[in-house]
Design a protein around this ligand. Structure first.
Ligand code: COA
Length: 419
């Protein structure tokens, strides 16, 4: 059995943030019913198309383990079916623009009346307050959540990161809120509303930078490279380049082949406990006892010199050789892996973190499987549904429509072109 077996999810999500949440619920065994606008569907189906006529990777990689029903939720027949779905489901997840669900006639109050046991989960860009009505995408959340102002180099502009912390990050937060609410429902019998704002989720993931903001009031941030370089701090947490965030000095350093390969780099951390081993490995054994190099505080104003010397050594090795040499000494290093290298990593396929999925329109593609492993709830990644692929199945098997009633619904146009 799967952890969430028996749980029905009314998936009213689109684009990235919401779909990542419901995909996780699907991987944990919930029956996820994705409601899509007839003939159109989730906008990502037709965004960044690489195989003409087929659903894009954008859509397929975010919507595994779901069923799709086409339903016009603004039409009277559509509203009737949506009401039945709310009655049948345990969870409703949505990430429409603020107010869209209310405009359809399905406010939280109405939904609760229809099914008091339902958990309703929403993602919005901002929480209650002056920005609550704004539409928000990933990079806006990264900027409003404090990530962009603290990412990049001191002498450059703010940077967004390739990790989708605003969308997928909020999807993860929401998913945790949903299972927690389901857990509470076991005791109270009542559903509740779960909200996750993208700004809040990004800020939660950037909390160490708010830590540093408050430390700044007490003095300079000594572990930042700029301290060793004698550059004064301003009044807010600065961008720290590739400095290690945890108080252990670290940098990205060039490795053999860096002139041709943009990813021939390693991350290298000089944790206090392994400093002497670092000195031996790079061929500077005298640094172990040299004045000004012995303790971490001594070295703070020499980090550029220290890392330049380590880089002289890493440039004679490939990023994988650096790892092989340093790992036995417990020196924390990590190769900068390209997406090409990751997509060919057999170890990641072996654990199910990467999966090959076959799709009727696009053939085989690689996707990221469930990164959360449960020992008693295995995951089989199934392909994303075609638009409306399960409309009839859901109308009959989940909602019990048959005969003339079913014929009337199908001919009403509210559920698209039923195959
Ligand atoms: N039947 C009928 N109408 C439907 C429907 C269906 N099955 N599904 C959606 N719609 C309608 C909505 O009701 C809405 O209509 P309205 O504007 O008349 O109220 C309309 O489609 C568009 O929905 P909206 O959410 O406004 O989409 P958008 O493409 O304009 O905006 C976002 C997209 C992502 C910016 C916006 O949804 C948003 O801010 N979401 C919250 C934050 C978020 O999740 N952002 C990250 C996305 S990765």
């Amino acid at each position: 059995m799967k952890a969430l077996e028996g749980i029905k999810v009314l998936d009213f999500t689109h684009v990235q943030s919401g779909p990542t949440c419901t995909q996780l619920l699907g991987w944990f065994g919930a029956d996820v019913i994705k409601v899509e606008r007839p003939g159109v569907g989730d906008a990502t189906r037709k965004q960044l198309v690489d195989v003409p006529g087929a659903d894009s990777l954008y859509f397929t990689m975010l919507n595994h383990n779901k069923r799709s029903i086409e339903l016009n939720s603004k039409d009277s027949v559509g509203k009737k079916i949506l009401t039945r779905l709310i009655q049948e489901c345990d969870v409703l997840v949505e990430n429409f623009a603020p107010g869209a669900l209310d405009r359809m006639g399905f406010s939280w109050e109405n939904i609760q009346e229809i099914n008091p046991r339902i958990v309703m989960a929403s993602i919005k860009g901002f929480g209650p307050g002056k920005y609550q009505d704004c539409k928000v995408y990933e990079n806006v959340a990264q900027c409003a959540g404090g990530s962009a102002s603290t990412t990049g180099f001191r002498d450059g502009p703010p940077l967004v990161t390739g990790a989708q912390i605003g969308d997928s990050g909020t999807g993860l937060h929401l998913c945790l809120g949903i299972v927690t609410a389901l857990f509470q429902r076991e005791k109270t019998g009542r559903g509740q509303k779960v909200s996750a704002a993208m700004q809040d989720s990004v800020l939660n993931l950037t909390r160490v930078k708010l830590r540093d903001q408050q430390r700044l009031d007490k003095g300079p941030l000594t572990e930042y490279s700029q301290f060793g370089e004698g550059v004064e701090f301003g009044d807010s947490t600065p961008r720290a380049g590739n400095d290690s965030g945890g108080g252990q000095p670290g940098r990205i350093l060039k490795c053999k082949g860096w002139e041709q390969d943009p990813n021939a780099y390693t991350y290298f951390i000089i944790q206090a406990a392994i400093w002497k081993k670092v000195c031996d490995v790079i061929g500077e054994p005298e640094w172990k006892t040299k004045e000004g190099f012995v303790s971490p505080p001594d070295r703070l104003d020499k980090l550029n010199e220290v890392f330049a010397r380590i880089e002289k050594w890493t440039m004679t090795k490939t990023k994988f050789e650096v790892m092989e040499i340093c790992n036995p000494h417990d020196i924390p290093v990590g190769p900068i892996l390209s997406m090409k290298e990751i997509s060919e990593d057999e170890g990641l396929f072996a654990t199910g973190t990467l999966v090959k999925v076959s799709h009727p329109e696009r053939g085989e593609y690689i996707s990221v499987g469930n990164p959360i492993k449960l020992s008693d709830s295995s995951v089989e990644v199934t392909r994303s549904p075609l638009l409306g692929e399960h409309t009839k199945e859901i109308l009959t098997e989940v909602l019990g429509y048959s005969g003339d009633e079913l014929t009337d619904i199908i001919s009403s146009g509210a559920v698209g072109d039923v195959k």
